[in-house]
Design a protein around this ligand. Structure first.
Ligand code: FES
Length: 486
């Protein structure tokens, strides 16, 4: 078996999403071996890719980051001890390859001498045969075939990526992500939307314990939590304190909505973004020492000076400490009034949550239809960003049915559609006849049985929409909905 590469790194090398590669695997146009791609197979499947840089991948990644309104990820170097460890590992590989080459060289010298020995006193026929063998060997040793030159370029690029961004595979879920810059294993998992178990995120609670199945890791932060000797012997580490030195396989459970405990924290207002007179977003920053664990689509209780309410989270769990909730301005809602007219950066906010089980089914590779009624866009936005960061879905269609709050983040949805090949944005202006609108939406999906639908609206809107989708062929179990919380 030749040089094997993990799927995440192949995606990066060829500038495609993991989902596109998974589709190729499903349709047998790309073969895998234990979930990895063999180098010759990679060269066969992508003969036209330029292997000398990853500019295309960077371009796509930057567009995606801009589309998420996130900071463009800085190209930070790994922690210096981790970098040294990764370079050491590469040095060991290089030394082993060099020793093997030297051994092959010795075998060639021995073969050459053997040919001389056999040639002595040999018949003319044998002499010609030996001459041909020697000429064949010399010719092939002196010039590299074209595909070997290509393979060399891929291996060189693979080595650089392995140093700058090793791959992590999580068992038993099979999630795979890369670790960039000086992220710990936990930070990288969260950035990629993978909700591994954790608590304090700074080495005190032990909730992020996980077992290293293969590969090397290095401690990058001291931790107060003490691992027992038996745990250390079994390869247990704290994900918040370690970074990978090589590609690693980690055994750790991925949390579902019911696994995440309700947390209370005091956070700060980062900003208030007023979209229009009816709708604003409250951007909150959790303290460094206590991030909020949640899944895309869940909600939180927010309180300021005695008033507050429960709102769906509109941000992605992959956005580090940033939490966004969207607040519709309703008559008599003191908290909404405070958000629109009083709250300012650095004010204190009490946050409690997460609540709710309206989250992505991460095991489903099915295409998704998102249906947002008016302000129901907030949890749908969170789900979409979570789905994009996980890169698992075949395609996503967002239907946003406007109400008096308007399509207040229309530009963001258009940016997603521009940046992502598998994302379609279908805005709908306020409609007098909801039945006609729903009928026209479902009419565009003759293969409705293939889809998952995630919908947020009022109880009446959801009930009617569900009827139309199921009548059109949607499997009842693939309808996921949440009633608007505010
Ligand atoms: S999250 Fe608490 S020790 Fe890692």
């Amino acid at each position: 078996m030749g040089h094997l590469l993990p799927l995440s790194r192949v995606a990066r090398l060829v500038g495609q999403s993991r989902h596109v590669l998974q589709e190729m695997i499903r349709h047998d146009t790309l073969a895998t071996f234990d979930g990895m791609i063999e180098l010759d197979e990679l060269l066969r499947a992508f003969p036209d890719v330029k292997w000398d840089d990853d500019a295309e991948f960077r371009r796509v990644a930057e567009i995606r980051d801009r589309a998420f309104a996130k900071r463009v990820r800085e190209r930070a170097l790994p922690d210096k001890d981790v970098l040294v460890a990764r370079l050491n590992e590469m040095g060991d590989d290089y030394a082993a390859a060099k020793a093997l080459l030297k051994h092959y060289g010795n075998v060639m010298v021995w073969l050459d001498e053997k040919i001389d020995e056999m040639d002595e006193g040999a018949s003319m026929e044998t002499h010609h045969a030996l001459h041909s063998v020697r000429a064949f060997l010399l010719r092939n040793l002196n010039e590299l075939p074209r595909d070997a030159v290509q393979a060399q370029a891929v291996i060189a690029q693979d080595r650089i990526l392995k140093i700058m961004a090793p791959t992590v595979t999580i068992l038993p879920s099979g999630h795979e992500f890369i670790v960039e810059g000086n992220d710990t294993l936990l930070e990288a998992a969260l950035r990629n939307g993978v909700s591994l178990n954790y608590g304090c995120s700074n080495g005190n609670c032990g909730d992020c314990k996980a077992r290293v199945v293969s590969g090397d890791v290095k401690k990058v932060h001291a931790h107060d939590y003490v691992l027992k000797q038996a745990e250390k012997d079994a390869g247990t580490i704290l994900l918040c304190a370690y970074a990978p030195v090589s590609d690693v396989v980690i055994e750790s459970s991925v949390a579902g909505a019911r696994d995440i405990p309700v947390q209370q924290l005091t956070a700060r207002v980062k900003s208030v973004e007023v979209f229009n007179p009816h709708m604003a977003a409250l951007h909150i920053l959790a303290p460094r020492s206590q991030r909020l664990r949640f899944l895309g689509g869940q909600g939180i209780q927010v309180r300021v000076n005695g008033s507050g309410g429960r709102y769906a989270i509109a941000s992605c769990p992959c956005e580090d400490r940033h939490i966004e909730v969207q607040i519709p301005r309703r008559a008599g809602d003191a908290f909404a009034e405070a958000v629109f007219s009083e709250l300012k950066a650095n004010d204190t906010v009490e946050v409690e949550g997460p609540y709710g089980e309206f989250v992505l089914d991460e095991d489903s590779p099915r295409p998704i239809i998102f249906l947002a009624f008016g302000a129901g866009f907030a949890p749908i936005k969170s789900l979409i960003q979570h789905a994009i960061s996980l890169d698992l879905t075949e395609s996503m269609d967002l239907h946003w049915l406007a109400d008096d709050t308007g399509l207040y983040q229309d530009n963001l949805c258009r940016a997603w559609a521009d940046a992502l090949d598998n994302f379609n944005y279908l805005p709908h202006p306020p409609a007098d006849d909801l039945d006609a609108l729903l009928q026209s939406i479902v009419g565009d999906y003759p293969d409705m049985h293939r889809f998952d639908v995630y919908a947020v609206g009022t109880a009446t809107q959801l009930e009617r929409a569900c009827e139309y989708f199921v009548r059109e062929g949607l499997h009842g179990a693939r309808w996921f909905s949440s009633e608007m919380t505010a």
